[in-house]
Design a protein around this ligand. Structure first.
Ligand code: ITT
Length: 194
């Protein structure tokens, strides 16, 4: 079965493809010739996930799902949150975003944070929402070059290494996105026959 994942983010696409059974072939926005930058005008992850999935379903008439993810830091009142992609500016630059967070947390002892992923699925005319969260803390420096985005400064609870240092298998097994995708897979059930 082919299923559209409404994203331009190649890192997300790779992670999610790894988590899905072989019977589901993901198509990205580029694969369906959608090169639009879908405006994420919502004020919550839920709203933005819905906007992205609805754009594809309404424009192309396809079943599809989207992922909106944020890093929520306790002492920053949940920032960058819904602004995670553009926290340090429109360039969506991961290094600039991490530098901004590390600067804002300088001298802070409470470094608790969590990642949250909201998946919005439009499936045969009905909307479904799946969530995943991973708790952890922001390190004092960057560690590792794996993953993407804020991974080098996020240490999941119970681990002594960041997502930037852990293998993609380990990240996928415990991450926000891994947990949300597991719920999506359970919902879709056996797909070999579709
Ligand atoms: P799409 O909207 O095209 O899917 P995006 O990169 O704009 O891609 P989001 O709006 O969900 O995605 O922005 C979330 C940002 O949060 C993203 O750009 C990364 O910087 C960061 N992020 C998302 N998932 C992450 C992860 O698993 N690890 C680290 N950082 C992540």
């Amino acid at each position: 079965m082919k299923l559209v994942f409404a994203t331009h983010n190649i890192h997300k696409l790779r992670e999610v493809q790894q988590l899905l059974p072989d019977s589901i072939e993901l198509l990205s926005l580029n694969d369906i010739n959608c090169f639009d930058e879908i405006p994420e005008t919502g004020s919550t992850l839920e709203e933005n996930a819905k906007i992205k999935a609805d754009f594809v379903t309404q424009t192309y008439g396809l079943n599809c799902f989207s992922d909106d993810t944020g890093l929520l830091i306790d002492v920053l009142d949940g920032r960058p949150g819904v602004f995670s992609a553009r926290y340090a500016g429109e360039g969506k630059n991961a290094q600039d975003n991490m530098t901004k967070v590390l600067n804002e947390l300088e001298n802070q002892t409470d470094r608790n944070a969590h990642f949250k992923t909201v998946i919005h699925l439009n499936w045969n005319g009905e909307p479904y929402v799946f969530e995943g969260i991973v708790e952890g803390e922001i390190t004092h420096n960057q560690f590792g070059k794996g993953g993407f985005g804020y991974d080098p400064i996020f240490k999941p609870l119970g681990y002594d290494r960041t997502f930037g240092e852990l293998s993609s298998e380990t990240k996928n097994a415990i991450s926000h996105r891994g947990r949300a995708v597991a719920k999506l897979v359970a919902f879709l059930g056996p797909t070999d026959h579709i």
